[in-house]
Structures are given as structure tokens and as C-alpha cells.
Design a protein around this ligand. Sequence first.
Ligand code: GUN
Length: 330
Amino acid sequence: MIPLALSRLQQFNLGPKRYDDLRESRMPTILDGAAIAAAIKLEVAEEVKALAAQGVRPGLAAVLVGNLAASEIYVRSKVQSCADLGIYSDLITPPADVTTEDMLDLVSALNSRDDIDGILIQLPLPAHVDTKALLDAVSPAKDVDGFHPVNAGRLQAGRPALAPCTPAGIIEILKRSGIAIAGQHAVVVGRSDIVGKPAAMLLLHQNATVTICHSKTRDLPAITRQADILVAAIGRAGFITPEMVQPGATIIDVGINRITDRAEFDRFFAGDAKREATFLKRGSTLVGDVHPKAFEMAGAYTPVPGGVGPLTIAMLMANTVRAARMRRGL
Ligand code: GUN
């Protein structure tokens, strides 16, 4: 590999020994989430065909409240994926001032509809809507996001459950890339109900030794440096820096942070001409929870974009088909 300029490493307080480690290492493998997601979608499309032969068409209700630009993009690509795979979808778009009561009525109606196997309520919801009450109202059998406490409990207890899509996607990336999980030390940075906690549980079920870290963890770098598999899901741009990474580790970057500020762009991507061209053209670029320089320490890593993101939608499709099967006892 081309050695990093020493000055860049000194910037991150890497000692001489770690510089030598790095020099001797090879270029990291980029884990192509888009390709893995495409393979999973092909498999799901086959399952949809097999179900069609039995007269079953899986259906997803996608609920998009208000007009948050990012949520609109995500939900439209979820609906498009349904169309691509032969899954029925119903896009429901309540206004931003919808009440919790109206949303509860909507969820209740969707729970009763026989053509709907999965209910997706895109988050975040407006602050005045009681998100927990809504997520609790979704029938656990149709909870394709895996956010209902019943599914969280089943997952924790090692029973069959609809698992949250992003954590399930992380496991698929590792398995399909031939990265060993059993016996490895997996360090999850972030303890959200949506990503951190379920990711830790799924890694544990795959026989990893799991440590969950968070914003209050003392001497975080000392722990992340022990990680064979480092999952960054803390929601802070470029939070994981090179000195926090064991050379050769696998890094899974769950973060998606939009950068619009030039100084911030330079902090992450100075010298990256391709990124700069995109940034100047669009006025923004995406960075994960891992500093780009930290990836250079890795044995393998998921890029942003194109890493974990595409798996979230692929696993939503897989969960919808699974829910359709389970609801019919197939
Ligand atoms: N907002 C960001 N990620 C997700 C997700 O996976 N599911 C839902 N419902 N909302 C989200």
C-alpha cells in the first residue's frame, strides 16, 4: 500500500509502533453494501415469485408524515424497491400536523388490513406525535422495522423475531463477506434501540464477544482499539478517529451525516479531489461516524455512502416477505 504521510498520522497521535503496523498492512477491503443488498433483493424477488404461485402477494404500508426531505427520499426508495421485487405497497402521507390519535387510528386500520403484511412508520415523527405510543400500536406480526418491544424482547430471548433492518443488514454484510464473527471481539459504539442495542444482540447470537460503548464510556479509545469488529452507530460525523482503531479491524460505519460546511469538509476530506468535486457541485456530501482516515487502519470497512445504507432497504424487503409467510403460517 502507499504509506500515509507521517504528518497525517501524527495529527491523530499515532506512535511510531502503530505507524509501522500500518505500513506493513495491506490496503483495506471495501465492503460493497450496494452489491450485497442487490444479491439479497434478488433472493427476495425469488421468494415473492414462489409466494405468488401460492396466491400470496406480500404487502407493505409505508407511512411518511410531513415533508422531511431525507425521510421522503428514504421512503420513496423503499416503495420503489417494493415495485422492483413484486411486493405490493401503499404509501400513506399524513400531513405534518397530524394528531397522535389520527395516527393511532391509521395504525389500527393497517393492523386489520389483510393485504398489508408490514407497517413501516418512517422516523423521525414531528415532536408533537407520541412516537412510542405509535410504535407500540403496530401489530408485532406486521412490525417489519422490528421496533416493537415484543420483537425487541423476542430478539433478546433468542426467539424468532422480526429484527431491526439496519442491524440485520450488518450481520448480512459480515457473513456474506466471509468475515468471522464467532469468538471475535465486537465493539458497538452507540446504544440506540434502533441500531446499537439490536446490533449488539445479533452479534452476540453469532457468538461474538460484545462490548457496548456510548457517550459516557470512560477511555473509549482503549476499548475501541480492542475491537476486531467495530460498529460505529453514534450519530456524530467522523467520531471514530485512526487512533481508536486496531490495525486490521473490520469497521462497520452506520452513520450518515450530511456535511455542508467548507471547514468541516476540509476536516474530513482535505486532498480528496473526487469528493471535493461532488461537494462543490452539490453543496454537500455525506460522511459516516468514522473519520475517512480511520478507514485506512482497517482490514475491511463499509463506505459511506454505499455501505450499510443499502442493506436497510434490502432487509426491510426481506422482513416484509418473512412477515407475509409467518402471518399465514407458511
Ligand atoms: N429512520 C431512519 N432509519 C429508519 C428505519 O430503519 N426505519 C424507520 N421506520 N425510520 C427510520
